[in-house]
Design a protein around this ligand. Structure first.
Ligand SMILES: [Cu+2]
Length: 171
């Protein structure tokens, strides 16, 4: 009885820790310094929101060469976010200092899986949930898939334990 309650508590605790960490992977930060982007190149899953934070002393921009996104002038301390829903390689630069360049690669090797999964998904409906599901079907996203599987296993075991506890206390 006490052991089951303990198991349930552990399972719930693990859920609280694991689930947000899986969701936290949907955000990435690029720091803008004087005069470079750090890291200059990042690879993210579709649906990831990238935030550029100007940590330098000069104003900077993060401007896509193809016009998909443009932060405008970011004064020191200001930030700009853009959500990458489409697979591709996005080269960007600073309009004030054009020698500052960076790249965001969306999809990595999982592009095929992304397109297969996105055919039925509405582009406007809950991008976080969609991206999480896609991560489990994507080839290179092994770690998130394992994390999700572990979370699911814990949820199931936690609910089973909870049911046992409830059944025992009611009889
Ligand atoms: Cu700049």
């Amino acid at each position: 009885m006490r052991r089951l309650t303990c198991l349930t508590a552990l399972a719930l605790l693990a859920m609280l820790i694991l689930v947000p960490s899986a969701a936290a992977q949907q955000n990435q930060t690029v720091y803008i310094q004087d005069f470079y982007f750090s890291p200059a190149s990042i690879t993210v899953e579709p649906g990831t929101t990238v935030t550029w934070i100007n940590q330098g002393n000069a104003p900077h921009t993060a401007t896509h060469t193809g016009g998909a996104f443009d932060s405008g002038t970011l004064q020191p301390g200001q930030s700009y976010s853009y959500t990458f829903n489409r697979v591709g390689t996005y080269a960007y630069y600073c309009q004030i200092h054009p020698y500052m360049t960076g790249t965001v690669v969306v999809g990595g090797g999982g592009g095929a899986a992304y397109f297969a999964g996105s055919a039925t998904a509405s582009p406007t409906a809950s991008p976080t949930a969609t991206a999480t599901t896609l991560a489990t079907t994507g080839g290179p996203a092994v770690v998130p898939a394992v994390t999700l599987a572990a979370s699911l296993a814990l949820v199931v075991s936690g609910l089973t334990a909870l049911r046992l506890v409830l059944r025992r206390s009611s009889s």
